[in-house]
Each structure stands twice: as C-alpha cells, then as structure tokens.
Design a protein around this ligand. Structure first.
Ligand SMILES: C[S@@+](CC[C@H](N)C(=O)[O-])C[C@H]1O[C@@H](n2cnc3c(N)ncnc32)[C@H](O)[C@@H]1O
Length: 398
C-alpha cells in the first residue's frame, strides 16, 4: 500500500491516514510517499512497516535496531521534530503555547558512556525494535570510542567463550568498567580483560580492579558504582545541570529541596548557591553514594534522606523556597502534586525526560504555579528522547 506521511507522533513515528484511519510507521520522513505493509491492525489505528530498505550513513543496523528512531532525519530536522513534539504536547495538554522554544544541541555520535549488550552464544548486540530478537552488533556509533574498542574485544572473546549472557560497559573520563554475566570460566575472563579495564565484575563479584569509577562534571567529582544511576551523555548532562545552576543563581535561593536526587548530582552542583540543599531518593545505594559524593567534594551544606519523595517530604521540618524535581519518566505522583499545591513554594525547577508527564504535571500544578520558562536539551541525538528544564513560579494571588 502506498501512503503519504503527513505528520510525526511524539515517538518519532510517521503518521499516514487511509480512509480516516491513522497508520503509524517507523523510520519514515514527513512528506515522503512510501510503500508499506500493515503489520498490526487495531480498531482505531494500524501499525505499518516500510517495504524498502532504508540506509543511513552511520549505522548498518538502523532499519531493524530499536535503539534509534529518528537518525534518518538530518540534525536540523531532528531538532525541529523535537521542538514541534513538545509544542504539540503542550498545546494539547496545557494552557501554554510554546511559540519560541529553544533547544540546545549536542554532538550527534559517540556520546553514550554506557551500554548494555545482550549475548547469545557467539553473538552480541541489541534487541530488534519491539521484540527480543538479537541484532548482532560489531560497532554502534552512538557509543564513545573507548566502548567501541572494548566491544571489538568482547566480540572476539565470545567467538571462543560462548557462555556469557549479558555485558554492561561504562566509560567514565577515559576509564572503563565492564560488568559481565553468564556461565563462563572466571579465570579466562580475568586473563582476557583485566589489563584493559579499570573495573571488572563477573556475576556481581568484583574480579579485578577498583569497585567504582569517578567522573568530573562541572568541576565536581561523582563516584559511579556498578549499579549507580548516572546519565549517559556527559556533554548533555553538563548542559542540563548548567541550566539548573543558572536558574538557581538567578532565583537567589536559600533552602532547596532536590527531589528524586539519585546520587546527589544536582544537590551538590547547586550547593554553592544556597544555604542548604536537602535531597530525597528512594534507592538506598544512591543515597549512600550521594553522601559519599558530598564528602568527596568537601560539601557540608547538603543532607540526603532515603524514601518515597511524597512521604519523606511531609516529615521534613524546613521551609524551602525552591524545589528541584527530576522524576522518572512516569512524572510526579498525585500525592506529591497535592502536597506541592499546599506547600506554595516560591520556585519549582522541573527537569524532565518525558514531555508528556511534564505537561500533565504542569497542568495539575497550574492553580498555584505558573510556567515561566522552558528549555530543551537534546541529550539523545538520533532518538526521540530529550530533556526539558522548566521553571514554575508561585502565582501572585490578589
Ligand atoms: C531521572 S533520575 C534523576 C537522578 C538525579 N537527579 C540525576 O540527575 O542523576 C530519577 C530518580 O528518582 C528516583 N525515584 C523514583 N521514584 C522515586 C520516589 N517515589 N521517591 C524517591 N525517589 C524516586 C530514582 O531512583 C532515580 O534515582
């Protein structure tokens, strides 16, 4: 069936319409006329798949791999797509029209400092889009060059040692952590990799090198352990954190709550510009890392609490003037929204990796808080993902 692509959805899929039914098609371009097969037919919409072979310069696996969605658009088109996606979401779900929206670009390739590979026998790779079929990968150009080199070594290792099941690689400021799982002989793993990586784990055991690595971000040091969450694009996170720091400086903050604080990155980076910063996080190891990171940087005006944000915040005895939010993709809980509405804090800085939940939450907070600014950072080029930094201020009521 030949269709014309008339729009994109927020996941970067093209939209076509046939007899008033919407068809979503991955990896097509707006305006393109493309021949498709229908692979799923639902009552209200269909999923189509292009019939021809789509080639992009940077990746031979592009058409089948689930990692990238918009790498076939040139970079200006990608940025335009992301801005329009956020504008459309806001005009649908909020009272705000984001006419002049700024997006900060980052480098398109070799930006990822972490990767997870699945391994089956002598093949290593990613899963195909929407399935668990393994696509064997020799080289992924989104990964940083040290990870690409280690991927080549891993590929040669598994040609002989075929009992690994999973590999995670983290690359931080020129040092590598390799985390392997499987039923392979421990000594052969040690012999092969211990001279190449700074930290080597096998089935949760540290078998060579150091247990954690550190990364410098905006002149502060952060320890990254095997299971710690750390953003995957150093240039991208530096740009996001710089935006947050600039807002904090402008707002003249005294007491800040950093909710969903992870390993304390934002708390520690803004601590120079406030009297006190209090972080809340639900993962025990992350809270431990946040406290260690404060010591590592000789920072004494931060406190970190373990638990669910919406419960812990009610027990705290401070009067914050500013709240920084950096929730997971699901956004804020109803409970927390209600509490923020009653708290009537002066400023909210909302860092979001999901514009849909950001718009929903801004709408739910709208009675008390007004959106003052929003900026986008393209932390994940070639994918539909992006980060937003929004500033909300308490409405002045007569
Ligand atoms: C997007 S990450 C932000 C981490 C951190 N701000 C950073 O920049 O590295 C979201 C964090 O929220 C935490 N989290 C998720 N649900 C939570 C909850 N209900 N209460 C507290 N923390 C939560 C996750 O463990 C994760 O560390």
């Amino acid at each position: 069936m030949l269709v014309k692509i008339i729009d994109y959805d927020h996941l970067g899929r093209g939209i076509a319409k046939v007899e008033n039914k919407v068809i979503f098609i991955s990896k097509v371009k707006m305006g393109e006329e493309v021949s498709i097969d229908i692979v799923k037919d639902k009552k209200r919409y269909s999923i189509g798949k292009r019939c021809d072979t789509l080639k992009v310069k940077y990746c031979p696996y592009y058409q089948t791999c689930g990692g990238c969605q918009i790498g076939h658009l040139n970079y200006d088109e990608q940025l335009e797509f992301k801005k329009n996606a956020v504008k459309n979401i806001f005009s649908k779900y909020t009272n705000y029209n984001l006419d002049s929206l700024e997006i900060i670009s980052t480098k398109c390739y070799n930006y990822r400092n972490k990767v997870t590979f699945h391994i089956k026998g002598d093949k290593l790779g990613y899963y195909e889009e929407e399935t668990n079929n393994l696509i064997p990968i020799d080289k992924c150009n989104l990964l940083d060059s040290d990870i690409i080199t280690l991927t080549a070594s891993l590929n040669s290792f598994i040609k002989v040692h075929k009992k690994l099941t999973k590999a995670i690689i983290k690359s931080l400021d020129g040092r590598l952590m390799l985390i392997l799982e499987g039923r392979e002989d421990k000594e052969s793993i040690k012999d092969f990799f211990s001279s190449t990586v700074s930290s080597l784990y096998y089935n949760n055991e540290l078998i060579s090198g150091v247990s954690s690595l550190t990364i410098d971000v905006l002149s502060k040091k952060f320890m990254v352990r095997k299971d710690s969450f750390f953003q995957v694009n150093k240039e991208g996170i530096s740009l996001i954190y710089k935006e947050v720091i600039n807002l904090v400086k402008e707002l003249d903050c005294n007491i800040i709550y950093d909710l969903y604080c992870g390993t304390g990155t934002i708390s520690l980076l803004v601590s120079d510009y406030a009297k006190k910063v209090i972080g809340i996080e639900v993962v025990e190891d992350a809270v431990r890392d946040a406290k260690s990171n404060a010591k590592l940087n000789n920072i004494t005006n931060t406190e970190f609490y373990l638990g669910d944000v919406s419960k812990v915040i009610k027990r705290l005895d401070y009067t914050p003037d500013t709240i920084i939010l950096d929730p997971p993709r699901s956004g804020l809980s109803k409970d927390l929204i209600e509490f923020l509405l009653s708290l009537k804090v002066k400023n909210i800085i909302y860092v979001s990796c999901n514009p849909l939940t950001l718009a929903r939450d801004i709408n739910l907070l709208d009675n008390e808080y007004e959106l003052k600014s929003i900026k986008l950072v393209d932390e994940f080029p070639n994918t539909y993902h992006l980060e937003s930094i929004a500033l909300l201020k308490l409405r002045k009521k007569k």
